[in-house]
Design a binder for this molecule. Structure first.
Ligand code: FAD
Length: 485
């Protein structure tokens, strides 16, 4: 029987482990943390699966050809279309496979693709969310908690539901788990037919970030402990590296004192940027982008801005008291007193002074923005033009994306460049086998954020990281189970 060891227990590791076990291997998962699930457990758990089996129910026609046309539109030159064709071909089957092998069921979301107006784009339902399900206590307690998520009363949701589904199916098929062990070299492992690197990215390692991005990423939103150990092991065997300068970028913010494993927690800014009655400005007090832009492109734009504060702040999200009273901001609730870290002032002129912006600049930016809000047309950055912008705004508002900012006090929330994870690593073939000088390294696999991602710099839609991870980790697990045969 093939002995497969999987390093890491996020969606990539657990999918590979389940697939290897399904294909007859004896499988062990080694996880450095005390709890299982990685960044996946604190994520939305959404998987972008074009042409999936639930789209028909919503009356949407999709096809592999349409999905590929869309990917050709949105993925730049760095994309690997040999792999992307396989992803598109197997996405539907992989989503069904999860439903067949695990207790998890999917729900298709009305989330538009990030570029729905481009050729092949869809207005919804390519993104699948795990349905919450009642997870037995002995499974639930092995899974990492999502910080500050409402108590889940036995029914796990989002990323935890996904991890719980994969974990319970893997346990049922005899997969063994060892937690609290960090593996940094293949020399620490012996007697295995195949090793699968599934250790996530390197966003928390400042040396690796400096080497590949030219700077540290100040606001990573995933778990601490993702330090590129998969990369270290891949370098040990002379692997070819791919897509190293890319990450799943995002704008984030920090609430001082909100910690994850003793380190600052960073929160993704998504709807917070897109709802009516707010705008984003740089250190000069000028708008610089469509605030509703998908988080990958928005985060990349932020990376290019000069730092305004040592904590990595490069921009400010500006809003007024009506907006503050209407919308929660992540863990900042509307009924909570204004915290110290949220800059506030009775007038825009005073806010300019506090933010060190030249007199009159922020005021004139807000004046222009208010004209656009009154017209319902953002003439400068076209915010609200795309169906995606309108979806992540506030559909209950008279304009889902635009609204005036005029009632003091006024607020400025720090905006920090961040990422959900990195997406460079060892290049792999279609079965996840690590390549060195173009040839597979015997019995070594890489999956998820530990591998070079075929999407290059792109993020096609909600779930764009987990969707392909499921497809390729499933393939890798199957191949690892047959390696050396
Ligand atoms: C707030 C948030 C929301 C998100 N929502 C979504 C979403 O809805 N859809 C989507 O597609 N993407 C989402 N993402 C991104 C997505 O969560 C990640 O891209 C994905 O989970 C990565 O999966 P992975 O298995 O590669 O890594 P991880 O889930 O991070 O798992 C890696 C595991 O390896 C372990 N490990 C690391 N080093 C070692 C070592 N040396 N030895 C042993 N174990 C090790 C880690 O502890 C970890 O448990 C979100 C991210 C965040 C932060």
């Amino acid at each position: 029987m093939q002995e497969v060891v999987v390093l890491g227990s996020g969606v990539a590791g657990l999918t590979a482990a389940l697939s290897a076990a399904e294909n007859g291997a004896s499988v062990q998962v080694i996880e450095q943390a005390d709890a299982l699930g990685g960044t996946t457990a604190i994520s939305g758990g959404v998987a972008w699966m074009p042409n999936n089996h639930l789209m028909d129910e919503h009356g949407l026609d999709d096809s592999n050809d349409q999905a590929l046309r869309y990917l050709r539109e949105v993925v730049g030159g760095e994309g690997d279309f040999q792999l992307l064709e396989i992803f598109v071909k197997e996405a539907r089957e992989a989503a069904l496979w999860i439903e067949e092998l695990t207790p998890l069921q999917w729900e298709a979301l009305p989330y538009p693709d990030y570029f729905p107006e481009r050729d092949g784009g869809q207005l919804g339902y390519r993104s699948l969310e795990p349905l919450g399900w009642p997870v037995p206590e002995d499974i639930a307690r092995q899974i990492r908690a999502a910080p500050n998520r409402a108590q889940e009363q036995g029914v796990l949701t989002m990323g935890r539901a996904l991890i719980a589904g994969l974990l319970s199916a893997a346990i049922q098929r005899g997969v063994r788990f060892e937690t609290g062990r960090r593996v940094t070299s293949l020399k620490e492992l012996s007697d295995f037919s195949a090793v699968v690197l599934a250790m996530g990215g390197f966003e928390r390692d400042s040396d690796l970030c400096s080497e590949y991005f030219g700077q540290v990423v100040p606001g990573p939103t995933g778990i601490p402990g993702l330090q590129g150990d998969g990369l270290t092991i891949a370098r040990e065997v002379g692997a070819d590296m791919g897509n190293m300068s890319e990450a799943w970028w995002c704008p984030s913010t920090a609430r001082p004192g909100e910690l994850i494993e003793g380190q600052q927690m960073f929160r993704l800014l998504l709807h917070e940027r897109a709802r009516p009655g707010c705008l984003m400005v740089d250190g000069r007090g000028e708008r610089f982008m469509n605030e509703s832009l998908n988080y990958n492109d928005a985060g990349r734009t932020l990376l290019g801005l000069p730092r305004l504060r040592p904590d990595g702040t490069v921009a400010w999200l500006i809003f007024d008291s009506e907006h503050r009273a209407r919308y929660h901001f992540g863990t900042l609730r509307i009924d909570e007193p204004d915290p110290d870290w949220l800059v506030s002032s009775t007038s825009l002129e005073e806010l300019e002074i506090q933010l060190d912006i030249s007199p009159g600049q922020l005021t004139s930016t807000v004046e222009e923005f208010n004209v656009f809000a009154f017209q319902g047309v953002d003439e400068r950055f076209h915010r609200g033009q795309s169906a995606y912008d309108r979806f992540i705004g506030d559909p209950t508002s008279s304009h889902p994306s635009l609204g005036k900012v005029c009632t003091g006090p006024f607020y400025a929330m720090p905006v920090i460049p961040g990422c959900l994870g990195t997406k460079g690593g060892p290049s792999t073939d279609q079965d996840g086998r690590v390549l060195s000088k173009g040839a597979p390294v015997p019995n070594l696999y890489a999956v998820g954020n530990a591998a070079a991602n075929p999407l290059g710099n792109a993020y096609p839609g909600a779930g764009g990281t987990i969707g392909p991870h499921i497809v390729f980790s499933r393939r890798a697990g199957r191949s690892a189970a047959r390696s050396g045969c």
